[in-house]
Ligand binder design. Sequence first.
Ligand code: SF4
Ligand code: SF4
Length: 77
Amino acid sequence: MPLVQIEKDRCKGCELCVRACPQEIISMSREINTKGYFYAQVVEQPRCIGCRLCAITCPDVAILIRVNGVSYRFFAY
Ligand code: SF4
Ligand code: SF4
């Protein structure tokens, strides 16, 4: 099962990943990060299908996807 990790302190709260996720399992936190932004978080990890759209979309490369023990940060289209 893929594991999506969002580095909250890299997030600028643009919400692009929220809109990109076909499973609608990313939402914005009600807390702020060290930059002062409401950050994105995965709320229903078990429903993730590993499509990578969130990671591809994030302009700040704040999203890592972990598959079979290997972490991926960059993806080509
Ligand atoms: S990999 Fe796909 S399904 Fe999983 S959180 Fe990212 S956009 Fe959503
Ligand atoms: S796309 Fe990246 S910077 Fe924008 S809200 Fe999502 S994690 Fe944060």
